[in-house]
Ligand binder design. Structure first.
Ligand code: SF4
Ligand code: SF4
Length: 413
């Protein structure tokens, strides 16, 4: 039986064979299909800074991994992905269990990172207990990297118990390397502090073309005018360069900027996909070693890995990134930037509400979005009877908070 051809394979094969310019699909030879399938795998392994770990340049993020999805992890493994990132909190602990189930027979072929939210007052024993719970779920004796999760305050990095824990866990062979993950807000302060203190082997950092000042410079040089917004992470490139100079391994996340992939399909006729362009943008940065992305279907995995090995951003790639930025800039909530914190007198968790909106409208995952929305302690119910005045100017990214929060409530409640 011939392999079924999906749209993304068509786009990739089309780009290779000229198919997109008119050769009928059924004229595609099986060896072309085989070639395309092979090219969907990882094409480049990189050294993750001082850790020395050799990891796939595009690797497995598991923030949305659910029960029964071991096959996704296995699919990525079959395609050459050897770095798996999870966290104790992802899908309420299910993610670690699924990663553990899927990889238990292949532990020596892969690298696993997990995370725990360590506060400024947590004790070393508490952190150790959480690590051991994670190890149990992951069915392994050690993790390659243990991250302090979503650090946005330097105070959390100053907790002496963290150092005590790291030293002990390394000595006991339960972790090999340590670091922290961070998203926005005071991220650069945290990176600078950690690098000055020489306290991290690796960092997991939210970065993408839309937060990169050099993207906007390129757009002005290479594309059209009328592009008048500015990157919000002006200091991040310098912080990453300082970290790299100390040989800290750097993994990028949030590379797709909300991953509104379906909205980009009409613009991908030339064969490249938006996702692949976004990966290439991040991976061409000499201060970024690799990227992770939530992998939620086998089609997505194949598409994402089509960007592996690519560091040259073509004109077509730039046009896709430009198109995406124009389409989404006014609705993309950098949900952990939290610049709007405290703006709502009714305590709506604005960033969290908009995070669930992203799952529904960008990822198209309504089940997950609803489940997450239902868990929110302070959802957007008050937005239905509020005139929106208190939060009108609260977003530093010009998002219309009242409109989007109200719509999210209607969509997900
Ligand atoms: S619309 Fe009103 S209730 Fe909703 S987030 Fe804004 S201030 Fe809060
Ligand atoms: S609404 Fe704006 S300020 Fe608030 S978290 Fe999102 S991007 Fe940041």
């Amino acid at each position: 039986m011939k392999n079924p051809i999906n749209r993304r394979t068509f786009l990739r094969v089309g780009a290779m064979t000229g198919l997109a310019s008119g050769i009928p699909i059924n004229a595609l030879a099986d060896n072309d299909m085989a070639k395309a399938a092979k090219e969907e795998g990882v094409k480049r392994y990189v050294t993750l800074g001082r850790t020395g770990l050799k990891i796939s340049d595009i690797s497995f993020g598991s923030s949305r991994l659910r029960n029964g999805q071991e096959h996704l992890v296995r699919h990525a493994l079959d395609r050459g992905v050897n770095y798996y990132d999870t966290a104790e909190s992802y899908t309420r602990g299910v993610s670690e269990v699924v990663v553990g189930n899927a990889l238990k027979g292949d532990r020596d072929r892969v690298h696993i990172a997990t995370k725990s939210h360590v506060g400024p007052d947590d004790s070393a024993d508490q952190i150790m207990e959480r690590l051991e719970t994670s190890l149990g779920k992951l069915q392994t004796d050690y993790v390659d990297i243990f991250f302090n999760h979503a650090v946005n305050e330097v105070e959390r990095l100053k907790n002496g118990a963290w150092f005590e824990f790291i030293e002990k866990a390394k000595r006991q062979g339960k972790i090999r390397f340590s670091g922290f993950s961070g998203h926005a807000g005071r991220l650069t302060d945290c990176i600078d502090y950690a690098v000055e203190q020489d306290m991290v082997d690796a960092l997991l950092v939210a970065t993408n073309f839309g937060e990169d000042p050099s993207f906007y410079e390129e757009v002005y040089e290479r594309l059209t005018k009328g592009f008048d917004f500015v990157a919000k992470q002006q200091a991040l490139p310098d912080s990453l360069a300082r970290a790299k100079a100390k040989n800290v391994g750097i993994v990028a996340m949030k590379v797709l900027r909300g991953a509104k992939l379906n909205d980009m399909r009409p613009y991908e006729a030339a064969g490249a996909t938006y996702a692949q362009a976004a990966f290439k943008w991040v991976l061409k940065n000499p201060n970024v070693d690799a990227a992770i992305i939530s992998m939620t279907s086998t089609d997505d995995i194949d598409e994402y890995l089509g960007g592996s090995g690519g560091q040259a951003v073509s004109e077509t790639d730039m046009e896709l990134l430009h198109q995406y930025a124009q389409m989404t800039d006014m609705t993309y909530c950098r949900h952990v930037c939290n610049d709007c914190e405290g703006a709502c007198p009714y305590n709506v968790s604005i960033g969290e509400v908009l995070r669930t909106r992203m799952y529904a409208t960008d990822y198209g995952d309504f089940g997950f979005a609803k489940a997450e929305y239902q868990q929110l302690e302070h959802n957007a119910t008050p937005c239905l009877s509020c005139d929106g005045a208190p939060c009108r100017d609260a977003c530093t990214h010009n998002i219309k908070i009242a409109d989007l929060c109200g719509l999210t409530h209607q969509l997900l409640s």
